[in-house]
Ligand binder design. Structure first.
Ligand code: F6P
Length: 327
């Protein structure tokens, strides 16, 4: 086991609340263990361009409560090429970086796997995405905060829906993952939830809305994940309205406000645990992996397993519970 003297840390892909808390934890855990830290700006793009900075303990003061990422983020097509990765590796070596901590989603992890397979640099990956769609962890950084943001919005929309007897279609993020939609649907008391992972025909949706109306509900909320199988939220609303026009129908798209904001207490603690755990795994000599939380335990999962396992992340029981709550 060779001693690690310098760790490089970067964020890549979509930003998520809690990324800064994770950077802070990586920096401070490394410094505590006499390891220096280089911050790499704009993920793989900055790695290729050598856009680096020295991070000391005070560089990460008062960032635990900030959303976004102080290291910036980017998507980088050049890193998909061997030439791009070679440039990145040369910059890493030139900066004296022995190991990396990557914070991001599956695109970030894919880049980490390519780099660590081709070059002898271990990469510990921290799952950071509001989508909660990564294998090897019960929760990703930002998911809890995004849910709290969505719930605040839905509660407000419900006030108007109830006052005017309106039907609201609320679109939440999740191109491929229905985790936010399902959680928002349950905690916001929605009448129906359209998920990317599950087909709900428009006929079925209309039947649900008719049942809700027959049960004298005063407000009706349909949560639509952006990647649901019926197309965009305006299209869904239009198709329903054509055949069921009892309510005045409105559409709200929550969009990128779900990605921003100060991380919740849960996300701050999770980020701090993950950063601490990631650095300690590198010190122990664990080969490239993702870190995660399973129950109350921190665990690692090999990148191979994390990227190739096709586990359905949606909680089927929660889907059933959401239906039962509509009685
Ligand atoms: O961070 C994940 C995610 O929120 C997806 O749910 C969404 O489809 C995507 O990011 C949009 O990201 P961008 O605006 O960066 O393309």
């Amino acid at each position: 086991m060779s001693k690690i003297r310098r760790i490089g840390v970067y964020t890549s892909g979509g930003d998520a609340p809690g990324m800064n808390a994770a950077i802070r934890s990586v920096v401070r855990t490394a410094i505590y263990n006499d390891i220096k830290v280089t911050g790499i700006f704009r993920g793989y793009e900055g790695m290729i361009e050598g856009d680096f900075t020295e991070l000391v303990s005070r560089s990460v003061s008062s960032i635990i409560q900030q959303g976004g990422t102080i290291l910036k983020s980017a998507r980088c097509p050049e890193f998909r090429t061997p030439e791009g990765r070679k440039k990145a590796y040369e910059n890493i070596r030139y900066a004296g970086i022995d190991a990396l901590v990557a914070i991001g989603g599956d695109g970030t992890f894919t880049g980490a796997e390519l780099l660590s397979n081709e070059y002898d640099v271990p990469v510990m990956c921290i799952p950071g995405t509001i989508d909660n769609d990564l294998y090897g962890t019960d929760y990703t950084l930002g998911f809890d905060t995004a849910n709290n943001t969505v719930i605040e919005a839905i509660d407000k929309i419900k006030d108007t829906a109830a006052s005017h007897n309106r039907l609201f279609f609320v679109e939440v993020m999740g191109r491929d993952s229905g985790c936010i939609a399902l959680n928002a649907g349950v905690s916001g008391g929605a009448e129906a939830i359209l998920l990317p992972e599950k087909e709900t025909a428009i006929d079925e949706l209309i039947a649900m809305l008719k049942t809700a109306k027959a049960r004298n509900k005063t407000s009706t909320i349909v949560i639509v994940a952006e990647g649901n199988k019926n197309g965009g939220v305006y299209n869904v609303a239009k198709r329903v309205k054509e055949r069921f026009d009892f309510y005045d129908t409105k559409v709200s798209i929550l969009g990128h406000l779900q990605r921003g904001g100060s991380p919740s207490s849960f996300d701050r603690v999770l980020a701090t645990r993950m950063g601490y755990f990631a650095v300690n795994e590198l010190i122990k000599g664990t080969p490239s992996a993702t870190v995660g939380v399973r129950g109350t335990q921190m665990v690692t999962t090999s990148l191979e397993e994390a990227l190739r396992s096709k586990e359905l992340k949606l909680d089927e029981e929660l889907i059933t519970i959401a239906e039962v709550m509509n009685v």
